[in-house]
Structures are given as structure tokens and as C-alpha cells.
Design a binder for this molecule. Structure first.
Ligand SMILES: *[C@@H]1O[C@H](CO)[C@@H](O)[C@H](O)[C@H]1NC(C)=O
Ligand SMILES: *[C@@H]1O[C@H](CO)[C@@H](O)[C@H](O)[C@H]1NC(C)=O
Ligand SMILES: *[C@@H]1O[C@H](CO)[C@@H](O)[C@H](O)[C@H]1NC(C)=O
Ligand SMILES: *[C@@H]1O[C@H](CO)[C@@H](O)[C@H](O)[C@H]1NC(C)=O
Ligand SMILES: *[C@@H]1O[C@H](CO)[C@@H](O)[C@H](O)[C@H]1NC(C)=O
Length: 263
């Protein structure tokens, strides 16, 4: 073998090494500016999650990620699992799912899920699904309240606010923030949350809906000023905060709620 040939083979090898190295390094710089949520890498990649027909399987992603057994059970019992599957096949706008962990469910007062009707369980699950794909950076520009599969309107608000280091969510009854990205491609995003998002529609069912006489109750009104006070109440247990809300809003009905939740 000629030395020249050896030399050029070696150069090509070096060039290859250089390219590989450059390629491997370049994506690392990208996520620097985005909120902290992006820092945790997705647990599954699009190829891992693809079902036989190339449709993303949400249950499989949640199973692989772990700590979502109660959510998976709810998705199955409410048939939302197959709803998600067909929606991901049909939808051109994609989906965003807020996935409460098992510990989020365990923070609920015991018996909370069992006391819900099948319809309310479905609504609770649907309240965690936004019918649009939202990347973490899109939360900065999204307009509140977000519509969910459960619907829109004053009894189903879901507001998302983006801060430099967090993306916070409020339903009026639950305050939480995204604690990680379970999965994302350009069509489906699944974000982990540490609290179950409680919709007013179910969990404040006796509270008077604002402006019931308004001709279009489905449209959110801007008449009600948002409470912007910072308070340590965010760390308060969800169910006791709920009871406090009841007491404030409807007085004696709070007793009924207390009785209900102590079952
Ligand atoms: C999705 O994945 C789950 C869990 O691996 C499995 O039970 C289910 O059959 C899958 N669904 C489809 C439609 O492939
Ligand atoms: C996905 O959508 C296509 C086109 O609408 C349809 O033909 C197909 O049956 C769907 N697949 C599943 C598994 O639902
Ligand atoms: C959600 O945002 C809308 C629009 O800014 C506001 O009117 C509403 O009061 C907010 N609701 C909650 C629960 O924060
Ligand atoms: C965002 O939520 C976190 C907890 O989930 C809370 O500690 C923080 O104060 C919230 N930020 C704002 C501005 O409400
Ligand atoms: C949620 O946060 C808002 C604003 O920070 C606060 O006024 C409200 O009391 C909190 N609600 C709960 C249930 O923690």
C-alpha cells in the first residue's frame, strides 16, 4: 500500500471525526433561552412512541415515563385513551396534555375521585387536554383562558402564565407549574404537573357562575378583574383551599362541601 493512500485515508478519517464531533455539539446550544421546563430531556423520542400505524401512543409514553399510573387508569376508564389516539391521527393542530403525577393525585383528599360521577371523571381528564400543540416558548404568547377538551367559559378557566424560570397554571382552584417535559414532538406535548387541575365546573359546582345573565355564557368575560396578589397560598393543600373558596363564595354551602370532602 502506498504511503500517500494511507495518508489520505487518515485525513478522511480525521475529517469524519471532526464532522461527527461538530454535529454532536451543535444542538447543545439551542435550548439555552427557553424556560427551565425544557431542561429536562423528553423521556421518549418520536420513534419510540410510534404505534403500528405511526400514531403516537400517549399511554405508552406515560407508562415509559413512570409515575402516571392513576392518570393512565383514568384515561382508560373514561375511554379518553382511544379519544386521544384518534385525535392524534386526525388533528392537524396537535395536542398538549398536562399530566398530573401519581403524587399529584395522592394530594387530593381521599375519596375525591371515587365520589365523582363517570361524566365528571371524563370532564376532569378532558380538562387536562388542550386541543393545540404548545411548545414551552408558545406559552409566552398564548391567550388566556385556554380552551380544553372539557370546553371553554367562565366555569372552565385554565390560564397559563410564562415566567423566565417557570410556566404557571391556574384554574382558579388550583395553582401549579409545569415541572417537566415528558414528551414533545411538533404535534404532541406532554408536560408533567404536580397537582391535579381542578375545574371550577366540578369542584365549585355550587358557586354562582359570574354574570349568569350574560347572553353568551360560553365566552369568557373581561369584566372580572384577575387577582394578582402574590401569596404563600400556592403551597396550601388543594382540597382545603377549595373548602376555603367555598366558604368565601357561598357561605353555608361550604359546609356541604366540607361534608362531601370528608367522606
Ligand atoms: C398504546 O400503548 C398501551 C400501553 O403500552 C397499549 O396497552 C395500547 O394497546 C396501545 N394502543 C394502541 C392503539 O396501540
Ligand atoms: C387514521 O386516519 C386515517 C385517515 O383519516 C384513517 O383512514 C385511519 O383509519 C385512521 N387510523 C386509525 C388507527 O384510527
Ligand atoms: C384567566 O385569564 C383571563 C384573561 O386574562 C381572566 O379574565 C380570568 O380572570 C383568569 N382566570 C383565572 C382563574 O385566573
Ligand atoms: C409559580 O408557581 C410556583 C409553584 O408552582 C410558585 O412558587 C410561584 O410563586 C408562582 N409564580 C407566580 C409569579 O405566581
Ligand atoms: C392561586 O394564586 C393566586 C395568585 O397568586 C392566589 O390569589 C390564589 O389564592 C391562589 N389559589 C390557590 C388555590 O392557591
Amino acid at each position: 500500500m502506498k504511503p500517500q493512500y494511507l495518508l489520505s485515508s487518515f485525513s478522511i478519517f480525521l475529517l469524519f471525526l471532526h464532522c461527527t464531533n461538530t454535529f454532536a455539539q451543535s444542538p447543545a446550544a439551542a435550548p439555552a433561552q427557553a424556560p427551565a421546563v425544557v431542561a429536562s430531556p423528553p423521556a421518549a423520542t418520536p420513534t419510540q412512541a410510534a404505534a403500528p400505524h405511526g400514531i403516537t401512543n400517549v399511554t405508552k409514553i406515560l407508562e415509559k415515563a413512570g409515575h402516571f399510573t392513576i392518570l393512565i387508569r383514568l384515561l382508560r376508564s373514561t375511554q379518553e385513551e382511544s379519544h386521544l389516539f384518534s385525535a392524534l391521527n386526525d388533528s392537524s393542530t396537535g395536542l398538549t396534555i398536562f399530566a398530573p403525577t401519581d403524587s399529584a393525585f395522592s394530594e387530593l383528599k381521599s375519596g375525591t375521585l371515587n365520589t365523582l360521577s363517570d361524566g365528571d371523571k371524563s370532564e376532569l381528564v378532558k380538562f387536562h387536554v388542550v386541543p393545540t400543540f404548545l411548545s414551552t416558548s408558545q406559552f409566552q404568547t398564548v391567550s388566556n383562558p385556554l380552551g380544553t377538551w372539557a370546553g371553554t367559559g367562565s366555569r372552565l378557566p385554565l390560564n397559563v402564565t410564562s415566567y423566565p424560570n417557570s410556566v404557571n397554571i391556574t384554574t382558579g382552584l388550583t395553582n401549579t407549574s409545569l415541572s417537566g417535559t415528558v414528551y414533545t414532538d411538533n404535534h404532541l406535548a406532554i408536560y408533567k404537573i404536580e397537582k391535579v387541575l381542578l375545574p371550577k365546573d366540578i369542584f365549585a359546582s355550587n358557586a354562582p357562575a359570574p354574570a349568569p345573565a350574560a347572553p353568551a355564557p360560553e365566552k369568557p368575560t373581561k369584566a372580572v378583574p384577575a387577582v394578582t396578589v402574590e401569596s404563600p397560598a400556592a403551597s396550601v393543600d388543594v382540597s382545603s383551599a377549595l373548602i376555603v373558596t367555598h366558604n368565601l363564595v357561598v357561605g353555608s354551602v361550604g359546609l356541604l362541601a366540607s361534608a362531601m370532602f370528608s367522606l
